[in-house]
Design a protein around this ligand. Structure first.
Ligand SMILES: C[S@@+](CC[C@H](N)C(=O)[O-])C[C@H]1O[C@@H](n2cnc3c(N)ncnc32)[C@H](O)[C@@H]1O
Length: 251
């Protein structure tokens, strides 16, 4: 498939899959609803079983501790929320938010206790409700990055921290070619349904077209976060973190 060159727009329009924004929202939700039962198996295979381990390490690096209140946005089948629940214990709180009822159904089956339908751009929670906010591999589905980050800041208490995990296209052309082949040609074959296979192909296309890391960092800063930074692991895993300032001039 021929794709336009990568853009710096918050959300690339991948017109081979849908014609407009309402079409994108419907398509993405339908894919995740349909692929929900197969999602964890594909993810385990494509990450060679390391996905949950990596997410757990990232939570520990974020400083998730007993008693913390954590919101996991784009929670999907609740891999991050389930791990976080163990770390915060009975004295803490973990809430999983996602627009796909199919994915949230899987999160419930995993044992995630608090599940709320919703999107990053418009979170159904009061100001300063959480100490920590996580989002794993869902940023590229967010239509308006600035709106989402303003929401993240709003629902975090002063001093609260955000962690965003994403896959970023490798810098080298050879690395990009290798990852494209893996994600486009190989990973869809692991899927048990047409929807799941198409979702995995779309996965790569959204990685390839995803907004640049500098834009993500600038958007975090514009939303009122401090100390926005990016760590890279294995040349493709980006970890963005930032804090809501303890004393802030923004309301
Ligand atoms: C690739 S899955 C990631 C699931 C999980 N966070 C993980 O680490 O495996 C992406 C999830 O983002 C959700 N999503 C799509 N659009 C979203 C939005 N605007 N806000 C929040 N989540 C969204 C999808 O329904 C899907 O469950």
């Amino acid at each position: 498939m021929d794709l336009p060159p990568p853009t710096h727009a918050p959300h690339p329009r991948l017109t081979a899959y849908y014609a407009d924004e309402p079409g994108r929202l419907a398509r993405v939700r339908q894919w995740f609803d349909a692929a929900a039962g197969d999602y964890d198996r594909i993810n385990r295979l494509m990450s060679f079983g390391s996905g949950a381990h990596y997410r757990g390490d990232a939570l520990r690096r974020l400083g998730v501790k007993a008693g913390a209140r954590l919101l996991d946005v784009g929670s999907g089948t609740g891999v991050i929320a389930g791990l976080a629940q163990k770390l915060v214990g009975d004295s803490g709180l973990v809430v999983a938010v996602d627009p796909s009822s199919g994915m949230l159904g899987q999160a419930r089956a995993r044992g995630v206790s608090h599940i709320v339908p919703g999107r990053g751009e418009s979170l159904p929670f009061a100001d300063a409700s959480f100490d920590l906010l996580t989002m794993g591999y869902a940023l590229r589905h967010v239509a308006d990055l600035d709106a989402a980050f303003r929401e993240y800041r709003r629902v975090l208490r002063p001093g609260g921290r955000v962690l965003l995990l994403e896959i970023t296209r490798p810098r080298s052309a050879a690395g990009t070619r290798a990852l494209r082949w893996y994600m486009h040609a190989l990973v869809p074959r692991l899927a048990r349904s047409r929807d799941a296979a198409e979702l995995m192909r779309y996965y790569w296309d959204t990685i390839e077209q995803c907004v640049a890391p500098e834009v993500i960092l600038a958007s975090l800063q514009a939303a009122g976060f401090a100390g926005a930074s990016r760590k890279i692991a294995f040349s493709i895993f980006s970890e963005y973190s930032a804090a809501r300032p303890a004393l802030s001039t923004l309301s």
